[in-house]
Design a protein around this ligand. Structure first.
Ligand SMILES: [Zn+2]
Length: 464
């Protein structure tokens, strides 16, 4: 070959690389995190979907040989993690202290995140959740904070990073106290974002009308509603937010990185609310389906699904109220439940009489509790037996008395160290397999976004 042919081929190679056409490069990355979504949440929801909806979860399409792993998530200082350290470990590849947002163990050195790496490559970036957009999981990708509770700073940093799509709840951290927000500095970050060129949406309809980035969508003062309660609101579903995000982010030439979180699976499981946990996991699965369909029509898209940690120790149990063993969950009863525990608790108030509990449980759960069960809820006897447990007062004992009726049980109201699942498709997903640690997800995604970088070849638990 003479010189100009070699130069022409080299140029073509470079052009193909830069457009992400060559195999092995993930031009687009969609990372879907189910907060609190352990194997129990996936398994229970899968059984529910098959029994009540007559179909598999969409995420099952990604659970293929060679692309499915079991993931551990212990941190620098804890066996059982919370969302900040877990998301930070995924976002930065380094072990983290509980409660820190993408910060080194010294508490002051920011660690580079996948979102920052993607931005350096000229990719568009997006963060979406049904929890607060300033909550630990999204914050860990675009903020660096010593404490996850510093959500007013998370809001500032996410906007400073000019994240192209930011959608979720907790508008309160963007607004000054004078208008009901939580900001003591008097700043109105929504007004500031608008001045900086952001489109702003506070309802599903407003979101649908937005045609370009950057977009800030804040759909609730606090967390977005549980999927079970969303029909009473103007909020978009996680799937609708995912459609909009992929549509907006894919407009650029250099691809994108998007983190989509089912943020309230965790909250429902903390409350031991079986129906709300299943419904939010189904809503998350719908978003996974949107990502899978997008990847099918956009070559070079890596889709990964995982969780930050498991919450509640959720499991379908065998024993029923009638002592018929191994009967499994009453999904018909669960499908008939009309509201989340969050809504039910508001109905009940703080010290409801047994009769009031009977009415409310009948109304929302279509279950007739016995006098002894009503007494347990009214006196909150489970709480007094287990004072060390995390507690949502009445909900603790309500979940306990509903257990033999619904046959979905929870071990605790806190997080557990139960192993998680990781599965995916697209460039880089061939490195998903066996037993992994969540810090390894970082390198997998970083390498997939970098065409020259070859996998290190070393598999197994990372010791960093
Ligand atoms: Zn949690």
């Amino acid at each position: 070959m003479n010189g100009w042919v070699v130069r022409a081929l080299a140029l073509m190679w470079a052009v193909l690389l830069s457009f992400g056409v060559l195999a092995g490069e993930a031009k687009n990355v969609i990372l879907l995190i189910g907060d609190g979504m352990g194997m129990g949440q996936i398994g229970t929801t899968l059984l529910y979907s098959r029994t009540m909806l007559g179909r598999d979860l969409r995420m099952v399409e990604l659970m293929t040989p060679g692309h499915t792993a079991i993931v551990l998530n212990d941190t620098a200082d804890a066996m059982v993690t919370e969302s900040a350290a877990a998301a930070g470990q995924i976002a930065t590849g380094k072990r983290m202290l509980a409660g820190a947002i993408s910060m080194a163990e010294d508490g002051k050195t920011p660690l580079r995140t996948l979102l920052e790496i993607a931005q350096d490559k000229g990719k568009a970036v997006g963060l979406v959740t049904t929890s607060g957009i300033t909550d630990a999981t999204p914050a860990a990708f675009a903020a660096h904070l010593a404490k996850r509770s510093d959500e007013v700073s998370a809001a500032e940093q996410e906007l400073q990073h000019r994240v192209d799509v930011l959608m979720g709840g907790r508008r309160q951290f963007f607004l000054p106290e004078s208008v009901g927000g939580k900001r003591k500095d008097g700043r109105d970050l929504i007004a500031e974002a608008r001045t900086a060129g952001y489109a702003y949406a506070s309802t599903a309809a407003e979101m649908q009308a937005v045609g370009q980035t950057p977009l800030l969508g804040l759909f609730n003062t606090g967390n977005m509603s549980f999927e079970l309660d969303r029909g009473r609101t103007q909020e978009p579903s996680l799937a609708e937010m995912t459609v909009k995000t992929l549509q907006l982010l894919s407009a650029g030439k250099k691809g994108f990185f998007a983190m989509i979180e089912g943020g309230r699976i965790d909250h429902a499981a903390h409350r031991n609310d079986a129906a709300a946990t299943i419904r939010d996991t189904l809503a998350f699965d719908e978003a996974v389906g949107i990502a899978i369909d997008f990847a099918k029509s956009h070559r070079g898209t890596l889709v990964l699904v995982t969780a930050d940690h498991e919450t509640g120790g959720m499991a379908v149990i065998g024993n029923s109220k009638t002592s018929k063993e191994y009967v499994g969950a009453d999904f018909k009863a669960i499908a008939g439940i009309g509201a989340s525990f969050e809504v039910v608790l508001k109905e009940l108030g703080t010290k409801p009489a047994p009769e009031r509990i009977r009415e409310v449980v009948k109304q929302y759960f279509a279950i007739d509790l016995t006098d002894a069960e009503l007494d347990t809820v009214a006196r909150d006897t489970v709480k007094s037996l287990d004072p060390a447990n995390y507690n949502y007062d009445l909900l603790h004992s309500l979940a306990f008395v509903l257990r033999p009726y619904l046959r979905v049980a929870f071990v605790t109201q806190t997080h557990t160290a139960a192993p998680l699942a990781l599965f995916g498709a697209g460039p880089g997903s061939e490195r998903v397999g066996g037993l992994m640690h969540n810090t390894e997800i970082f390198g997998l995604i970083r390498d997939a976004m970098t065409p020259q970088r070859r996998p290190s070849g070393k598999r197994g638990l990372s010791s960093q």
